[in-house]
Design a protein around this ligand. Sequence first.
Ligand code: PEP
Ligand code: MN
Length: 263
Amino acid sequence: LANKKFHPEPTTVKVGNTTIGPGNFTIMAGPCAVETKEQLFTIAKAVKAAGATILRGGAYKPRTSPYSFQGLEEEGLKYMQEAKAATGLSTICEVVSLDAIEAAVKYVDMIQIGARNMQNFILLKEAGQSGLPVLLKRGLCATIDEWLNAAEYIIAEGNPNVVLCERGIRTFETSTRNTLDLSAVPVLQQRTHLPIIVDPSHSTGSYKYVAPMAKAATACNADGLMIEVHNDPAHALSDGPQSLTFAKFAALASELSPYCQLV
Ligand code: PEP
Ligand code: MN
C-alpha cells in the first residue's frame, strides 16, 4: 500500500487546516516537551510568526532515563488544543501507548509514532484505526524496508494518511547524536508515494548543526522539516542543546524561504 509501483501519484496528507505533500513545504516546530501553558503559547506565537504551520509539542516523553521529565500527558494535550485555538496552527503530538492515542484524538490534529516505537506493531495498528494522520519516525536502527513495513501496518488498518520522518540513525559516529541519513529521502521518493520530512534536531543533537542540515533537506526535495524550538533552551526540560532560539529559528526560516514554498 505504501509502494509507488501500485500508487504512482504522490500522496497529500491533510493535517488540521494545512497539508503535507507536493506543492508546499511544511515546517513543524515547537518544544520537545510541553512544559507549561505559558511556555507553549510563547513558542507557538514565535514559530507561527516565522512561518511554521504545524506546532509540535510532546506530552508523553519517551526518555532514556526514568528519572527525566516524562511529560504533562493529557494536560499537555489540552494546552496544545488551546495553542491551536489561539494561533490557528495545526498540532502534532507523540503517542506512546494506546491510552495516549485515545487522549490525542480529542485534542490534536496529527499523532507521531516516535523512533523508539517504530516497530511497536500494536501501537501502529491502533494508530491506523485512530482516524488521525500519522507521522512515522524512523527507528534508531531501522532499515528503509523495515520503516516502510511499519508504514504498511498503519495503512493496512485503513489509514492512508502517513508521513515518514527521517530523524537520524545509530552509527559508530559519536560527534552527532545520530547520523542524519539524508539519502533516505531520494531512496524513499523512488519507492513510496508517502510524503517525507526531515528532523535536523534529533538527528544532530546540537543547535549548531540544525540550519545546515535543514538546508540540505530542502536541496533533496523533502516535503518539510520538524524542528525543535524553545524560548529558553538552556533551561528546557528536554532536548535543550538541540533546540533553536526564536531568533535562530526565524533566521533559518527566512533563509529557507527562497528555496521552498512555505504555505
Ligand atoms: C521527539 O520528536 O521529541 C522525539 C522523541 O523524537 P524521536 O522519536 O525521533 O527520538
Ligand atoms: Mn526531542
